[in-house]
Design a binder for this molecule. Structure first.
Ligand SMILES: [Zn+2]
Ligand SMILES: [Zn+2]
Length: 565
């Protein structure tokens, strides 16, 4: 084990001892050892036990632990501490900005044993209220949880994509055949690695190319003759460049970039797709699939979710009319300065015009969402007057009067009927009481869906990717209720939400649901997030026909009138 890894084990030991109120001298011995090891220039593995004891700050006892670590990868005292502590609490010790003392309070006093639970408690403003914490600490904890989970190796697609484009640009300068590969090629919402596949018989030349890119850093010990591995300097995103012979490029690309569900499909002679392509090599994907009598599936559909569902439909999913970003004609769930947005109505509308959209739907927060400066009745009236004025100037472009109404604890909406009636549409969303059990969360949502004023169900689970799982719902029940009540289901397109999860889109479509790709934009830049929404919508098989905001203005207005009457 390297010095760094050994230091890490002692560091966690010191934290755990503090968490369990152990003897301060013991804690100091481990902290001191961490300090000494971090500044040691020699490799610990190269020292004899007697030499180790003499290193300043180590001593006989620590030298003994190091021997244990070299032998077993850990040592008895640490193992015992880990046994006595819930896994989630150990993970909390890695959150920056809180030390063992605070973690102890969170665990023992607030009874929270997982990082997810801690994240939810922060969202619900419970941590700020604990003595010695406060709003600021709570915010820091939340931010650092995101950081921690990223550290644990996953990134948002939106963070991966720019790096992918940068690498692609470098490869385009060469004559090499290459492709984006791995999870990013099929637009997975979070990913742990950015992969490319390059066809070449000269892997040294490909290595040289990547060694020289200033924004990447090679991790020498993880490389193998046919795989350059490293990370992006700025973001820490792991990068893997695989090299294969041109004759295998097509089959290898399918193997490296498809989901398990796709690769497990039984295709020929009792073989799975994966087994078949490991045996039979093809230089391009078209030949590879053709050899099985299959169409060339779009990369984003290779999940085993819908592409094989109906043999007759197979061809439809090789060349389907899946929704594209440029098919969107407007946007429906957005915020302005009236609530917690950064821009004015006019600024947002002008940006939509620039984007070639026909309408801009406003859905600021409702009055119960006071943390987000939600609109009181008088603010709604003021906003409507401003919209009517602007619409005179902007016609035929139109600003639509919507609202994001909080779904209250009992499932009711946030305003009286006379106000609800005044909107063109209502996005109903849950923002509080996220800790409900599934039965209560379902009942609450169904009641909101049954409300005659609800037009769109906003971010159905409230999840925040890499940060919060979202409240538990029975997706089938909720989707069924939306279909029965003519309520549109939102695909919240924020790259940090992507909620409804794309894995539920096929079920929604099967039931005849209408979906809307909503950016939930809080500034001009945010409007662009619809792009990420279309990527995941494609994975679920969404076509123009079932996408509310692929409708032009006239068609949309007719539709909204119909479902409200
Ligand atoms: Zn919301
Ligand atoms: Zn919103």
């Amino acid at each position: 084990m390297s010095n760094k890894e050994i230091a890490k084990l002692f560091k966690i030991t010191a934290s755990l001892l503090e968490l369990h109120d152990e003897n301060p001298f013991k804690i100091r011995a481990y902290s001191g050892a961490v300090f000494s090891i971090e500044k040691m220039e020699q490799d610990i593995g190269s020292l004899q036990p007697q030499e180790l004891e003499k290193v300043e700050g180590l001593g006989k006892s620590i030298a003994g632990k190091i021997a244990e670590i070299q032998e077993n990868g850990s040592f008895a005292e640490l193992d015992k501490l880990l046994n006595e502590t819930p896994k989630g609490v150990v993970q909390m010790l890695k959150i920056k900005g809180i030390g063992p003392k605070k973690v102890k309070t969170i665990w023992k006093e607030a009874g929270i044993e997982t990082v997810e639970g801690l994240s939810v408690a922060c969202e619900e403003n419970k941590i700020a209220k604990i003595k010695g914490f406060g709003e600021k600490t709570q915010q820091t904890i939340l931010e650092n949880i995101v950081f921690l989970l990223q550290q644990e190796g996953r990134f948002f697609y939106a963070e991966i994509e720019p790096l992918a484009l940068e690498i692609q640009k470098e490869l385009e300068k060469t004559t090499l055949t290459f492709s984006l590969s791995g999870q990013a090629r099929r637009f997975l919402e979070t990913e742990e690695l950015l992969q490319f596949l390059v066809a070449s018989d000269d892997s040294l030349a490909v290595f040289a190319l990547f060694d020289n890119l200033s924004f990447l850093q090679k991790t020498e010990k993880e490389c193998s003759p046919n795989a350059w591995r490293g990370k992006a300097l700025q973001s820490g995103i792991k990068v893997e460049i695989k090299i294969c012979s041109p004759a295998q490029f097509g089959s290898k690309l399918i193997l490296d970039s498809s989901g398990e569900g796709h690769l497990e499909k039984v295709v020929a002679e009792n073989q799975t797709l994966a087994q078949y392509f490991r045996k039979h090599h093809f230089s391009n994907e078209k030949e590879a699939y053709l050899s099985l009598g299959m169409p060339v599936f779009l990369p984003e559909l290779r999940e085993g979710l819908i592409e094989f569902k109906n043999e007759n439909e197979v061809s439809q999913f090789s060349n389907p009319e899946l929704i594209r970003y440029q098919d969107l004609k407007g946007t429906l769930h957005n915020h302005t300065k009236y609530s917690d947005g950064e821009n004015t109505l006019l600024e947002m509308a002008q940006k939509c015009l620039e984007m070639g959209l026909q309408y801009f739907g406003i859905a600021d927060h409702s009055k119960s969402a006071q943390y987000a400066n939600g609109l009181y009745e008088k603010d709604v009236l003021r906003q409507h007057a401003e919209i009517e004025e602007l619409n005179k100037q902007l016609a035929p472009f139109k600003i639509l009067k919507g609202i994001e109404s909080d779904i209250l604890g009992d499932g009711s909406l946030d305003y009286e009927q006379d106000i609800l009636k005044s909107f063109d549409y209502v996005v109903a969303s849950v923002h509080s009481g996220l800790g409900m059990d599934e039965t209560r969360a379902n009942a609450r949502l169904v009641k909101a869906i049954e409300n005659p004023y609800t037009t769109i169900l906003g971010h159905p689970t409230g999840r925040l990717l890499l940060r919060r799982q979202g409240y538990p719902i029975d997706h089938r029940k909720i989707i069924d209720a939306c279909v029965a009540n003519g309520v549109v289901i939102e695909i919240n397109a924020s790259p940090y939400r992507l909620d409804l999860d794309w894995r539920w889109i096929p079920y929604a479509l099967e039931k005849g649901a209408m979906l809307s790709i909503n950016p939930d934009a809080h500034d001009l830049e945010g409007l662009h997030d619809m792009y990420y929404g279309t990527l995941v919508a494609r994975k679920g098989g969404l076509t123009i026909k079932n996408c509310l905001n692929a409708m032009g203005l006239k068609e949309l207005e007719t539709y909204l009138n119909k479902i409200r009457s």
